[in-house]
Ligand binder design. Structure first.
Ligand SMILES: [Zn+2]
Length: 63
């Protein structure tokens, strides 16, 4: 069961796989058909299609 509907902007994500920089914590900047998330370590921005977001997210914390 997906939890996509629970994600909110400014929420905090821990990803299953680390980013190229080694960080695995992200901040949700925008939700929608494509999620816009920012790596908390290197500050790069990545877009994730909504149907992929549950596969990326290991844990989520509302802010
Ligand atoms: Zn990064």
């Amino acid at each position: 069961m997906g939890v996509s509907l629970d994600y909110e902007e400014n929420g905090k994500i821990v990803s299953r796989k680390p980013h190229a920089c080694g960080g695995n914590e992200w901040t949700i900047l925008r939700v929608g058909a494509e999620y816009k998330i920012k790596c908390d370590k290197c500050k790069r921005i990545v877009f994730v299609p909504r149907d992929k977001i549950d596969k990326v997210v290991k844990s989520y914390e509302r802010r």
